[in-house]
Design a protein around this ligand. Structure first.
Ligand code: BJW
Length: 246
């Protein structure tokens, strides 16, 4: 298979990167679209370690609101999440689903073990004992760590600017060895995820495809580009990969 080829049999290694755009039609806002999260709050106020050190209540509030919204009942996986779960279940080769999203919509659609490179809003991280725990309710500066019991050390388990995303070595190894890299619903503004397509190209073997509402920052690096709503273009792409047998 040359780099430009898309796998035609149900084998080969696939890496899928998803971003906020895949969850938009599930009722969760993206960051950089008009009216998105960064139109309402400043990154420097809620998404850096400095912001948390300066004003933990503000940062807790930001994530408490988003956690409540995720759990409120109206937010559900959409056909794009469902299609990726179907792909994972039906593909004979390896599939690594890497998401920048901190929601749990891939899991709820049936994906087995998505890699949350920017963390998970439904987990708490204790900066004292380093334990992480499931967390579904509001958090504040008096919340005790479920593991060590200390108060004042809990934070939401997400990756802020300036922090290292999770499992980078595993992701980089998978990118270097993949036959197909799909980038779905991400604007390509945030590194290291924005650099994944270049890593696949450097490795010289994988076909690359961007599926997004509009061209991303890195669009020119993708061999294949498909634009439209994730709920429409992702199921169609998956059906094509699986040979129409979905
Ligand atoms: C649809 C759709 C529909 C809409 N259907 N599509 C200078 C140069 C290069 C890098 C840096 C630099 N200065 C600093 C850096 C590093 C920095 C960075 O990248 N900054 C840039 C802004 C310049 N990155 C970091 O600090 C990261 N850590 C790091 O680099 O560590 C060092 C390291 C080095 C080497 C290797 C490894 C590590 C950490 C980044 C942390 C990001 N955190 C956030 C917030 C926390 C989680 C949360 O609160 O939810 O993560 S920021 C935010 O952006 C969030 C997202 O995961 C992330 C990406 O956003 P995403 O998913 O792309 O969303 P949008 O809104 O941007 O795009 C949505 C897309 O969907 C759009 O294109 C729409 O068109 C589309 N869409 N509706 C299909 N229905």
């Amino acid at each position: 298979m040359t780099r430009a080829d898309k796998p035609t049999s149900k084998t080969g290694r696939i890496v899928i990167l998803t971003g906020a755009g895949i969850s938009k039609e599930s009722g969760l806002d993206t960051f950089r679209d008009p009216g998105g999260i960064w139109d309402r709050v400043r990154i420097e106020d809620v998404a850096t370690p400095d912001a948390f050190a300066r004003d933990p209540d503000r940062v807790h509030d930001f994530y408490n609101t988003r956690r409540r919204n995720l759990l409120a009942g109206k937010v559900r996986p959409n056909p794009a999440h469902d299609a990726l779960a179907r792909l994972e279940a039906s593909w004979a080769g390896e599939v690594l689903l890497v998401t920048q999203n901190i929601d749990n919509l891939h899991e709820r659609a049936g994906s087995r073990d998505p890699l949350h490179m920017h963390g998970e809003i439904l987990k708490a991280l204790c900066t004292s004992c380093q334990d992480d725990s499931p967390w579904r309710h509001d958090m504040d500066t008096a919340s005790p760590c479920p593991h060590c019991g200390r108060k004042g050390f809990l934070r939401v388990k997400v990756v802020w600017f300036g922090e290292m995303p999770y499992e980078m070595e595993r992701i980089q190894a998978a990118l270097a060895a993949c036959d197909l890299f799909l980038s779905i619903g991400t604007s390509g503004h945030v590194y290291p995820a924005a650099g994944f397509v270049a890593e696949v190209r450097r490795a010289g073997r994988g076909h690359t495809a961007e599926l997004n509402l509009e061209p991303s920052q890195g669009q020119s690096l993708f061999a294949e580009r498909i634009y439209g709503l994730a709920s429409e273009i992702v199921p169609a792409y998956v059906e094509d990969l699986l040979g129409g047998k979905t």
